[in-house]
Structure formats: structure tokens, C-alpha cells
Design a protein around this ligand. Sequence first.
Ligand code: LP5
Ligand code: MN
Length: 248
Amino acid sequence: MTTWIISDLHLSAQRPAVTQAFLHWLQAEVTQAEALYILGDFVEVWVGDDVLEDAEHGAEFRPVVDALSRLSASGVKLYFMHGNRDFLIGAQFAQACGLQLLADPTMIQCGAKRILLSHGDALCTDDLAYQQFRSQVRSTQWQQAFLAQSLAARIAFAGQARSQSTQNKAMQPVAIMDVNPAAVLQLMREHDYPEVLLHGHTHRPDVHTLTVDGHACQRWVLGDWHDTAVVCRLNDKAMELVTLPLLA
Ligand code: LP5
Ligand code: MN
């Protein structure tokens, strides 16, 4: 049986073709699968699960929620890990979709292979401004205060945060926005040298080989869903990155 691992879809009403491609792919491939792991940045921005109940803003997510819920009910196991755009996805969204929320990182086992899953943003330790923002917005206190605000206010804050992030990224060297090699080694060490670390976030799909304290390891990086998507297909015999054509 096949397991699929995806990340960085950035689903939004601004790019309906990507949502359509995702829904089509679920139907064509994932209905036959054992499990689907979504490793964050599933949506472009998430400001709280009450969006689902909002007549204006919830409608765009309904087809996706319904499709995932049907898949889950049919027996496909669905897992979700937060990214830096959707760390506010909570129990209500997870329940509506039939998803199980995962901590970052989470280890899975495929045959003899141990695979450590992560979104990847926590590994970008050279990006000090981002790491400071991350520790602030991942705190329970900050999240409670943010979620207590009106939906309109949260959407406005998210818009400002997106503009500021786009400006910041344009000004800093691209190397800063990749994973830090020492942070990767440390994570592998802490998790007893899994054969594979698999993450998204950087949108730089590739397979890197490395040696950590004498252990042969690999770092697999998923791609985002833009003109194409780069996802991971996994079964007892093979693990591969697969490129999906998205836009006709
Ligand atoms: O996301 P991306 O690819 O542009 O860049 C990320 C890092 N940026 C972020 C910020 C998000 O894009 C913002 C949207 C998240 C919305 C979540 C819910 C609402 C929260 C509202 C918060 C107020 O993750 C970027 C990294 C890059 O990846 C590569 O790794 O470099 O990090 C930064 O740019 C660091 C900045 O410091 C982020 C600053 C955000 C500004 C927040 C204040 C705005 C609110 C103003 C209120 C008066
Ligand atoms: Mn990300």
C-alpha cells in the first residue's frame, strides 16, 4: 500500500487551479492509498478554525474539507503537521477533515527505514528574525490573545504579516532561508540517526546525502505546489520524489 507525503500547497482562493488539481489528485491517487501526510503550509494563511463557520471566508475551504473528510471516512489515514502559514489549524479543522494532528518532528517507520518528518522552518536557524517571530506566535499565550480578536482583525493582521514577510525575504540573502547544516545534524542526533529526514518549507526539492557521526543519512526536501508539485510516494519497496503536473 502507498503512503503519500506532501507539503506547501498554499491553497488559496487566488489560485483555484491548485485547489482543483489537489482535489483531482486526491480522487485519482489517494483514494487507493493507506495514508496521506500533509507537512504544513497546506493553506496560504490560517487565522483560526472559526473561518470554517464564516459564510464569506469559509466557502473556499468547503470542497477541500469535504474531500478529506470523505477520504478519511473511506479508511485512508490522514495526518497533518503545522507549517509557518497554518500553525493555527486546530482541533475543529482536524475533526472536520478527519485529520490527526502531528507534532513537529514526528518519526514514522516504513519497513526497516525510519523517516523523521518535519515542516522544516525550525531548521532555518540562520533566519534569526523568523525564529524570533516563530517562538512568539507558537506560544499558547500569544495564540489565545490572537484568537480572541475578531475574524476581521485577524485577517487584517495576517495581511500585514504577509506583506512584511515578503519585504523581509526580498532583502535578505537566500542562503539564510535554507536549513542550517548544524541544526540538521543536531536533529538527526537527537532522534538516533533516522535513515531519512523529510521536510518541506524551503521549496527546494532534492535528496541530500550526509553522514552524521558516522551514520549514513539522507535529507529529502519536498516541493511546493505551483506550476508543478513535488511530493513523496512511499511503500515497502520504494521511496521516491514524484513531480505532479498541476496546471494545463
Ligand atoms: O511565509 P513566507 O514564505 O513569506 O516566509 C517565511 C517567514 N515568514 C513567515 C510569516 C508569514 O508569512 C506570515 C503569515 C502567517 C499568518 C499566520 C496567522 C496570522 C498571524 C498574524 C501575525 C501578526 O512565516 C519568513 C522567512 C521565510 O519563511 C523563509 O524561511 O524568512 O520570515 C520572516 O520574514 C521573518 C519576519 O520577521 C516575519 C514577520 C511577520 C510580521 C509580523 C508582524 C505584522 C503584524 C503587524 C501588526 C501591527
Ligand atoms: Mn513554510
